[in-house]
Design a protein around this ligand. Structure first.
Ligand code: SF4
Ligand code: SF4
Length: 92
């Protein structure tokens, strides 16, 4: 599964809830929304910080603890929880 990509629906919810993420503190516009989120998309995608890059974070910090499938599954649970909480049923 190493060539797989995380099945992000581009709902943008993770980028609207960054207040608990220390590495993104300078991007918080004050209400938990990232200053770089524009129309549900990251406006600095190619230059986004490492913490926003799921595969890089997996290889750097989590691969000792999870298979990639497990890591995607755990991250996907957070996405689904956010989507349920905010009534989002599809991306964009
Ligand atoms: S919450 Fe999950 S599905 Fe939505 S944009 Fe973020 S990573 Fe993608
Ligand atoms: S930098 Fe981009 S990917 Fe990271 S939280 Fe902000 S909008 Fe989302």
């Amino acid at each position: 599964m190493d060539d797989a990509q995380f099945p992000c629906t581009r709902c943008g919810l993770c980028c609207q809830h960054i207040s608990h993420i220390e590495q993104l503190a300078k991007f918080d516009r004050g209400d938990g929304v990232c200053i770089h989120l524009v129309d549900h998309l990251c406006s600095i995608y190619d230059d986004r910080p490492e913490i926003c890059r799921i595969d890089e974070m997996y290889h750097k910090a989590f691969k000792t603890y999870f298979t990639k499938e497990q890591f995607y599954y755990e991250n996907g649970k957070v996405c689904r929880d956010l989507q349920i909480r905010y009534g989002v049923t599809k991306g964009e």
